[in-house]
Design a protein around this ligand. Structure first.
Ligand SMILES: Cc1cc2nc3c(=O)[nH]c(=O)nc-3n(C[C@H](O)[C@H](O)[C@H](O)COP(=O)(O)OP(=O)(O)OC[C@H]3O[C@@H](n4cnc5c(N)ncnc54)[C@H](O)[C@@H]3O)c2cc1C
Length: 538
């Protein structure tokens, strides 16, 4: 989806288009559009990839009991097995077959959805509330004269609101606002009582027809899938117990699907947790690093829900018309849409500083001014640089994959001919990094990767001009320069807000977020930073 269209009540009755704009409004989005692919297909990508590594998801199995040790020493030791989980195999039906399995685990992650058994078993409370907003969803191939059917649309009509999400092939998803008269809610569960509710896919389409007027919409063929839901906006009070049993995804947070962030946020939860858990399991990091999971992801979930509350209220509110002057105006909705654009495209994540426990002398923000456009705590900005050895252009995010390594992105500044002072500073940096008990030697092998970026044009620099420690491989030196045809690249130092006469080191975490920034003379600060959570081998 590249474009979004807005519709509001027309003075002549029905709806009319009040604007079209870019779907993605966050300037730092590498891909300024959204891709809609149904969840089953996305899950299949993960399952296939796991299968290639010899991993299968076991189904159908449910947990029936979970016990966590109270022994402090056991809980602190990452190599202990303090969690006992009893599992029941639902497909073990034959006589005499024991359907129970006991698993002793180092860690347990409950990614078991909005009604999480793990969360309830741990007694974790959800903060927040159910809203009165009731929506229906239908997936169909439409037959329509509506001109924006292949764009994302927000329709505010006097009959209720509607959102259009164009999907794979000719399919379209319609989100249709319902009134509480249409739907029976089970007071005990707070969920739609599907037995007593008389609304089905045909009724949903009938509501949509009225909201689309004067345009027409009919189904071409069968309705693929439909549902009705109430929006609940809740966040779990805790995301873990003793950093040994965690919950992730919908088990931790639920909100409306309007911004398309539920699964995205859920995947980012586990992406945040898993590199940390990998470090702890490998014995590379102190177990206290796992505390940052809840610190970072709960704050994000709260921010997302604050956004969702505003967005849902505007979406579900009555539109402004002659008769309803208090209603939601096109301008107010558009402003909210654009202000919160970073959330809708999933790059609004901003982790707070000092989430690493016991950070003593420096904070991650001490040298933030050296990269005035690259915020510490946010994802590294996308930009194209040219490789020094062969002038091939590369998007920097492709060179910083989530491969469990920390990346030191060293902006060495301009070290071209005659830049003696800067060349000396870079040589000193290389000495500091290469010391026998220095940053690159004091932890497990393979924790760091170096990427060096020079503010020098290709005619004036060989990759071999750099000290060896800053070019561990010929491919790891980039230039802030355009490609051979001037089509892409250049102005990278401006993008990150780095002064070429100063330089800076940007530390990128294994999940692609910037951990901290230091000057070229800041190796001591880096050592202090990493010593707080990485385990030294020297
Ligand atoms: C109508 C609608 C539209 C949506 N659109 C979007 C969108 O466009 N973009 C987006 O990012 N998100 C969207 N979402 C949200 C998204 O579907 C969820 O946020 C996401 O599925 C959460 O993933 P999860 O793994 O945490 O939980 P789930 O996907 O719910 O997975 C939980 C799993 O745990 C299993 N399980 C549960 N309990 C047990 C148990 N006791 N024992 C064994 N297994 C158990 C379940 O069978 C399931 O396989 C939408 C949701 C809805 C309802």
């Amino acid at each position: 989806m590249h474009m979004v269209a807005f519709y509001n009540p027309s003075p002549n009755g029905g709806i009319e288009r009040t604007g079209r704009t870019a779907d993605i409004t966050a300037p730092s989005a590498r891909y300024p559009f959204e891709v809609t692919l149904h969840q089953g297909a996305i899950e299949a990508i993960f399952l296939d990839s796991m299968r290639e590594l010899g991993l299968e998801v076991d189904r159908p199995i449910i947990p029936t009991a979970l016990e966590l040790s109270h022994d402090e020493n056991e809980l602190r030791d990452p190599q202990s097995y303090p969690v006992k989980v009893t599992l029941k195999h639902l497909d073990f039906g034959s006589e005499g077959q024991d359907d129970t399995e006991i698993v002793y685990a180092k860690f347990v992650v409950g990614a078991d959805g909005a009604h999480s058994w793990v969360r309830k078993t741990l007694g974790i409370i959800m903060d927040g509330e159910q809203t009165d907003y009731i929506w229906g969803v239908v997936d169909l191939i439409p037959s329509t004269n509506f001109p924006d059917i292949r764009n994302r649309c927000a329709i505010h009509s006097s009959n209720g609101s509607c959102m259009i999400i164009p999907r794979e092939g000719d399919k379209v998803r319609l989100y249709i606002q319902l009134s509480d008269k249409d739907v029976v809610v089970d007071k005990a569960t707070g969920r739609v009582d599907k037995e007593k509710t008389k609304v089905g896919p045909e009724e949903l389409l009938e509501v949509a027809r009225k909201s689309f007027s004067p345009f027409t919409i009919e189904k071409a063929g069968e309705i693929d899938w439909w549902t009705i839901y109430l929006i609940g906006q809740r966040v779990a009070q805790k995301f873990s117990v003793h950093e040994r049993v965690f919950i992730a995804g919908d088990a931790c947070h639920t909100h409306s699907p309007k911004a398309g962030q539920g699964m995205n946020a859920s995947m980012n939860d586990t992406h945040n947790l898993i590199w940390k858990m990998t470090y702890v399991l490998r014995g590379w990091a102190d177990i206290s690093l796992l505390r940052t999971y809840e610190f970072e992801r709960r704050k994000y979930a709260q921010d997302l829900i604050a956004f969702d509350k505003k967005f849902s209220a505007l979406f579900s509110g009555k539109p402004r018309t002659e008769e309803c002057q208090d209603g939601v105006s096109h301008e107010a909705f558009l402003e909210a849409f654009q202000t919160f654009g970073a959330f809708s495209c999933g790059i609004g994540i901003h982790y707070s500083p000092s989430s690493i426990p016991s950070m003593p002398n420096i904070t991650e923000l001490k040298h933030q001014s050296l990269t005035s456009h690259q915020t510490v705590g946010m994802r590294i900005l996308p930009h194209v640089f040219v490789r020094a050895a062969d002038a091939r252009p590369f998007e920097i995010q492709d060179l910083l994959p989530a491969n469990t390594k920390w990346k030191l992105v060293v902006f060495v500044g301009d070290i071209g001919p005659g830049k003696i002072k800067q060349i000396e500073r870079v040589a000193k940096l290389a000495d500091d990094l290469g010391k026998s008990t220095g940053l690159l030697k004091r932890y497990e092998d393979g924790v760091f990767e170096i990427l060096t970026i020079c503010a020098t044009v290709k005619e004036c620099l060989n990759y071999t001009d750099l000290p060896e420690v800053l070019r561990p491989h010929w491919s790891r030196v980039l230039l802030d320069d355009v490609d051979m045809f001037g089509r892409t690249g250049g102005k990278g130092y401006d993008i990150y807000g780095v002064d070429p006469s100063q330089g800076a080191i940007i530390v990128v975490r294994p999940d692609g977020y910037v951990g901290t920034v230091t000057p070229l003379e800041g190796v001591k600060d880096l050592e202090t930073y990493f010593d707080t959570f990485l385990i030294r081998t020297l």
